[in-house]
Design a protein around this ligand. Structure first.
Ligand SMILES: Cc1cc2nc3c(=O)[nH]c(=O)nc-3n(C[C@H](O)[C@H](O)[C@H](O)COP(=O)(O)OP(=O)(O)OC[C@H]3O[C@@H](n4cnc5c(N)ncnc54)[C@H](O)[C@@H]3O)c2cc1C
Length: 414
């Protein structure tokens, strides 16, 4: 069997590893635009100078040899020829496949602000090459503006602060990290970043740029009429699944690559996994999708269950947090429980006695138990703030009939 994987990110690498485990003899080829395997979640550490590019790798140095995988780094797939069962790469050559996995991730968007797309000093923050470009622009004393204060924008801010640069961050929402945190937790992180030298423009929209004659942005204009002078800009305003090279291939795409529960695309023997499918944008899910797709490519029918569409952990300047579920989705039936002291903030969402979301800032111990409760929709045995004091010791044991742990026979009514 000839397996071809496109993409050397979390999904592509975990698929390659699984394929080799399941098929000792198959021929595996991995094609990637990246010329180094690297973790995007660690890019800020490279930007901040804490890790070298080598230290961003998440595979063993002999991964490809040990697993007998033919890796083609720095090679972009340009076309799918499904009738001939082959893909085309940028030098015009073709690679035949019996099973193909598209795991091409996502690309960053540059908002349609006049001047931004054509300027020479505007960078995204998705690949190692982006981080390298930002690092070269980040000379001591340089003025930086970041558009977007999601996880990617704040990662970039952290990296720049570590380089001694104090960026200004422009955010359309009224708080930072709007998808990852609630208002109270966001304020904690905002104060932390401000104490390190960042400044924020919240509820602010970029409306234009002032370009010099060489095509460099010298200031970002906001709709409040404020001008933010800059030497370079980082855009962290969202991503889109990388399906641009699949246009006119007869493959169904919507916002992302369309896949069924087995991660099969609409083209026979072609699968999708990771951010390219647009099912979620987080590392653990990309890995799980890669593993699931590989099983299906080997004929082991396995449905993908997206348990944590939203799960985020972060740790900036020693302040960790964990968020599972959509902590800002509060319906009429949702019970919101919070607890706060000088060092910690905790929030739980409960619906019909079941935990649906949790946010822990500061002390994030016990996170395993909350993940388990949310994933298995287990009825809580306690009410109110006692939720924050649960431990695995409170479980009664494993219920074979239900196939999961339960609290105790009386309290467990799920
Ligand atoms: C700065 C940053 C911080 C993040 N932090 C976190 C975090 O803390 N926690 C978390 O869970 N998630 C985080 N994420 C998201 C996480 O990195 C992604 O969900 C994950 O990388 C998705 O894996 P993937 O394999 O689908 O895609 P990617 O990792 O994007 O890999 C895509 C691969 O496809 C290749 N490719 C693309 N097009 C082609 C083509 N035409 N031909 C050949 N190869 C191609 C690329 O070169 C790359 O190798 C972060 C992302 C960024 C950018």
């Amino acid at each position: 069997m000839r397996y071809v994987i496109v993409g050397a990110g979390a999904a592509g690498i975990s698929a390659a590893r699984t394929l080799r485990k399941l098929d000792k003899e198959g021929n595996i080829t991995l094609v990637s635009k990246d010329d180094k395997v690297h973790s995007r979640c660690m890019l800020h550490k490279y930007l901040g100078g804490e890790r070298s590019s080598k230290e961003l790798s998440f595979i063993a140095p002999d991964f490809f040899e040990a697993n007998r995988i033919q890796w083609m780094p720095g090679t972009a797939m340009t076309r799918l020829n499904s009738s001939e069962h082959c893909i085309q790469v940028e030098d015009g050559s073709s690679i035949p496949y019996d099973r193909l996995l598209i795991a091409s991730g996502a690309y960053y968007l540059i908002p349609p602000v006049p001047g931004l797309r054509e300027a020479k000093n505007v960078f995204g923050f998705r690949d190692l090459s982006d981080a390298q470009a930002i690092r070269s622009a980040a000379r001591r004393g340089a003025r930086a503006v970041i558009i977007g204060s999601g996880l990617v924008g704040m990662d970039a801010a952290w990296g720049l602060l570590e380089q001694g640069i104090k960026p200004v961050i422009v955010e359309m929402a009224d708080r930072i990290l709007p998808l990852q945190l609630d208002k109270a937790a966001a304020a904690v992180y905002q104060r932390l970043f401000e104490s390190k030298g960042c400044s924020f423009r919240l509820s602010a929209k970029a409306s234009g740029t002032r370009l010099d004659e060489d095509g460099y942005v010298r200031a970002l204009l906001l709709d409040s009429q404020e001008e933010l002078p800059c030497d370079f800009l980082v855009v962290a305003a969202g991503v889109r699944p990388e399906i641009r090279f699949l246009e006119a291939c007869g493959m169904e795409t919507g916002r992302g690559l369309v896949v069924d529960q087995y991660l099969s695309t609409t083209v026979p023997h072609v699968y999708g996994a990771g951010d390219v499918c647009g099912l979620s944008g987080i590392w653990p899910n990309a890995m799980k999708q890669g593993i699931t797709a590989a099983k299906n490519m080997c004929g082991i029918l396995t449905a993908y269950e997206d348990v944590y569409a939203m799960k985020n952990t972060m740790n900036f300047f020693g302040l960790p947090s964990l968020c599972i579920g959509d902590i800002n989705r509060i319906g009429s039936e949702t019970q919101v429980i919070t607890e706060e002291d000088t060092n910690n903030y905790r929030k739980a969402l409960v619906e019909d006695g079941v935990l649906t979301g949790i946010l822990l800032v500061g002390n994030i111990s016990g996170s395993g138990i909350y993940q388990y409760l949310i994933k298995n929709r287990i009825k809580l045995p306690v009410f109110g703030r006692d939720i924050f004091r649960l431990s695995f010791a409170d479980f009664y044991g494993f219920d074979n009939q239900k196939g999961k742990f339960v609290w105790n026979k009386e309290a467990c009514c799920s």
